[in-house]
Design a binder for this molecule. Structure first.
Ligand code: GLC
Ligand code: CA
Length: 563
């Protein structure tokens, strides 16, 4: 704490490089979802109130105080609708109810009420592309070729004794399954237990829009839209081009031209958005893109599609490179839309594990936290990031729960590793449950858990809490524009967030060695700036007077700039 209040009068050196041209400050009074920090939680793994080894809604409700104190404004709960759990909830058998494993609609109401009390909004996960094969719609649809629900899914005749075309399921094998009863195949981009809905059918569209309204009325403030890219398929079912190589399941790789990112998706997003707008709600997109310009499309030509399409590109960066992050963030800002930063989620290896070097793991976690929580844009956290949870991948095939891990073992180990129980304390099952949890707790729960990190001023959790408090308090972090400094520095990422007379400097050493950073803030109008340090991850006390800012390996520094 001492360090946070200290004033560093820096004799600032001439910066090595030019300053990015100043952008106009952003307007104040943003929509709530621009100011909010979102927190994804996997309901099976967050908190188990009835000790059956699986998390539940009452468990989440009991942790609302923790979430509020952490500085979270909205929780995105991965699917908790009735489901056979083939894909752990991403196979929904009723869009307007809660799975008994997680509780009841009444429990949801209690969760929403507690959320309201603690100013934590609830975001649900809407699995739009497919239902479960146990959804009554699909059961009816598969019962006969003439059933009124037949056209709610994608049924086609086979070709030459095989499936209708060469489309591959992203979870392995052909994307078509023969139903012997009616002799036709149905289409499933994911598991066969997840048949794709036919979004060309207006009745399907209406049922799905109504489902969103059902939850908005019940207190949900928005949706994360699952797999939006694949809502439509080429009506002529043209074959995809086969590319070189095989995937982890041994299937040929294809270009997916005819079953992904079809333009019709945008009509649906506009309609989902107009339902959301009736309730002041937000739509977050699971939007996998290979570049910034692709991401732009999801906001809609007239900003009438998704408010928050996730930028998932940083999760695919290999290693830590100041230059790579700098270029990407600059491109995102230049694109002109409101950015959405994510460093991991329930499908991606935890950021702690991805970036760890064995020697500076907690430092790196803090440095990455400062990055995505101080950029201009909305940040989406993933539960456990704030305490430095690590992946706990299955050690052998028979331990695997996630079916893709069973199918793809050992190349694809599945996603169990990033979905393990939240580490609440150093006790039995990390305080998640009194029963054996559905997935094993990672080994680092003894040192990395909420209870012990709360007591340690230097823990990852304490760092997150301070950072989130700053983010909510400082106008420059909430409203400010984004300006890069020292653009040729290969090791240190430096930027300023500025709003009116407020300016905040962020310095992140992305390298494993000490770095001295020269700063020239005169082009920003600060001829003799004073830096009031707000937070650092330094191990050593900061020298009072410095010509350059000494940055420890993988350290993070944030300060207010005043004249
Ligand atoms: C999304 C989800 C993933 C799920 C898949 C199928 O990618 O994030 O967890 O398996 O959709 O619904
Ligand atoms: Ca339970």
């Amino acid at each position: 704490m001492l360090r946070c209040t200290r004033i560093l009068t820096a004799v600032l050196l001439i910066a090595s490089t030019a300053l990015m041209s100043a952008q106009k400050p952003d307007a104040p009074g943003r929509e709530w979802w621009k100011r909010a920090v979102f927190y994804e939680l996997y309901p099976r793994s967050f908190a188990d109130s009835n000790n059956d080894g699986i998390g539940d809604l009452n468990g989440i409700t009991s942790k609302m105080g923790y979430l509020h104190d952490l500085g979270v404004d909205a929780i995105w709960i991965s699917p908790c609708f009735p489901s056979p759990q083939v894909d752990f909830g991403y196979d929904v058998s009723d869009y307007e109810n809660i799975d008994p494993m997680y509780g009841t609609l009444k429990d949801f109401d209690a969760l929403a009420a507690e959320g309201k009390k603690k100013s934590v909004r609830i975001i649900f996960d809407f699995v739009v592309n497919h239902s479960s094969d146990k959804h009554p719609w699909f059961i009816e649809s598969s019962s006969s070729k003439t059933n009124p629900k037949r056209d709610w899914y994608i049924w086609r005749d086979g070709k030459n004794g095989g499936p209708p075309n060469n489309w591959i399921s992203t979870f392995g094998g052909s994307a078509w399954k023969l139903d012997p009863r009616t002799g036709q195949f149905y289409y499933h981009y994911f598991y066969a237990e997840q048949p794709d809905l036919n979004w060309r059918n207006p009745e399907v569209q209406k049922a799905m829009y109504d489902a969103t309204r059902f939850w908005y009325k019940r207190g949900v403030s928005g949706f994360r839209l699952d797999a939006v890219d694949i809502l439509f398929e080429d009506p002529d079912l043209r074959n995809n081009k086969v590319l070189e190589g095989k995937n982890a399941y041994g299937d040929p790789i294809t270009d997916e031209k005819f079953n992904k990112k079809l333009p019709e998706v945008h009509d649906v997003m506009r309609k989902l958005r107009s339902a959301a707008d009736e309730f002041g709600s937000v739509l977050i997109g699971e939007t996998w893109t290979s570049n910034v310009s692709e991401l732009k499309d999801y906001y809609g030509e007239h900003n009438d599609e998704l408010q928050l399409p996730m930028d998932l590109m940083m999760t695919e960066f290999k290693g830590l490179s100041a230059d790579q992050y700098r270029k990407h963030i600059a491109a995102v800002n230049a694109a002109g839309h409101w950015p959405v930063y994510v460093i991991t989620n329930h499908d991606i290896v935890r950021s702690y594990t991805r970036y760890a070097d064995g020697a500076h793991n907690d430092d790196i976690a803090k440095m990455m936290a400062m990055l995505y929580l101080t950029l201009r844009g909305t940040a989406i956290m993933y539960y456990g990031e704030e305490i430095g949870m690590e992946n706990n991948d299955p050690k052998s095939k028979d331990e695997v729960q996630d079916p893709i891990g069973k199918l793809g073992w050992p190349l694809e180990k599945g996603r169990d590793g990033e979905r393990t129980p939240m580490q609440w304390n150093g006790g039995e099952n990390a305080g998640f449950s009194k029963a054996k949890p559905w997935l094993p707790v990672p080994a680092n729960y003894k040192t990395h858990n909420v209870a012990s990190e709360m007591k340690d001023a230097n823990s990852v959790l304490s760092f997150y809490r301070q950072l989130l408090a700053l983010r909510h308090k400082e106008p420059a972090l909430l409203e400010g524009n984004f300006q890069l400094l020292n653009e040729n520095d290969a090791n240190v990422l430096t930027y300023v967030r500025r709003y009116k007379d407020e300016a905040i400097l962020v310095v992140l050493n992305m390298s494993a060695s000490d770095q001295n950073v020269g700063l020239d803030l005169s082009p920003l109008g600060f001829a003799q700036p004073r830096l009031s340090v707000l937070l650092t991850s330094f191990h050593k006390p900061l020298p009072g007077m410095a010509a350059e800012l000494p940055m420890e390996p993988y350290s993070a520094f944030i300060a207010k700039i005043t004249k």
